[in-house]
Design a protein around this ligand. Sequence first.
Ligand code: NAP
Length: 363
Amino acid sequence: MSAKVTTLGLGLIGPGTVGSVLLEQIKRHAGKLVEKHAIDIRVYAIANSRKMILGQEALELGSWRQQLGESDTPVSLDGFGNHLRSLDIDHVAVVDCTAGDEAPALYPTWAAAKLHIVTPNKKFVSGPFSRYTELTSIQKQSGAQFFYEGTVGAGLPIISSLKTLLDTGDQVRTIEGVFSGTLSYIFNNLGATDSFADVVRIAQSAGYTEPDPRDDLSGMDVARKILILAREFGSEMELSDVTTQSLVPEALRDPSISVQDFLDRLAEHSADIDGEIKDAAKQGSVLRFVGKYDVAARSCEAVLRPFPIDHPFANLSGTENIVSFRTDRYDDPPLKVNGPGAGPEVTAAGVFGDIIQLALRAK
Ligand SMILES: NC(=O)c1ccc[n+]([C@@H]2O[C@H](COP(=O)([O-])OP(=O)(O)OC[C@H]3O[C@@H](n4cnc5c(N)ncnc54)[C@H](OP(=O)(O)O)[C@@H]3O)[C@@H](O)[C@H]2O)c1
């Protein structure tokens, strides 16, 4: 007798770099999941920042770009959620692949309406703690699930590994890691004689940074990621409680300074950091920008620190991420997860993995 097939309908918001690759992965692989796991994953709606398509039947994923391009329905995230609620299928999830706060603001409303949520967007999980706990209590009542593996380390199994450690009763003492693909690239490419400003310029022109590199150098991306992990422990911290070191010199923080001016003037203001690079080299160390959560002290930081050249954090390449969990069971050496921490294929696969877990749990 064949197993009953569970249908999971999806509404995807943000078919950009990650979202479009996710749609392609679903198109190519969803059929195999019906055979292997008896789960049928179908996309019913897609919205970008201007328009949306809302299907009563599953959308044809071979032509979603054309359908969205030809749509004359302006985007309305309320309307998007209402449409998903009206579908007569087993389970429905919103997949938020945007970077902003408009979709996250609606997560509590959607979860109350029994819509599950899957996202690589950090804004909700690192946003106000009150909103985070509100969602948790709504979920308990409605049964809606919330998955966000892609918010830390892109497709790497960082949040799921941490949840397993905690669920199996291990005592986690510290979590420490290189969480920013961009800062990883910059410091992996900084030799003892290179200037910080030169490597930032190279990273920016090669497309490894945000269009304005100050968004990466502010340290806030790492602060958000370490906060997301700290919250797995029930920590009530806010983003402002994370000790965060900005690598943007004070004189260049004014947003009215253009990106070009910032890049041109960075060398004049980087004497301190260039000195730190040289001092570290004299002691056989390199600098790495790390996020750290000390569980006993309940303290989070996102800071630049020296590491000896034989340390695992000193031996990364490209935009690699690494996270080290020191626990009672994984003490010396600690448990480490590492690999590419950015990029559309791996990030989309992390989100797809969450969608599959959701469908399996819903069965
Ligand atoms: N790229 C990576 O390697 C990576 C890694 C880890 C995590 N992430 C996270 O993944 C998310 C997506 O990143 P991305 O690189 O794919 O960004 P992206 O290329 O800028 O795509 C963002 C998408 O969101 C849409 N959008 C923006 N505001 C919207 C709104 N109010 N309503 C509906 N749609 C809206 C955009 O629409 P338009 O097409 O109309 O502009 C676009 O399709 C972000 O949260 C990012 O932090 C990305």
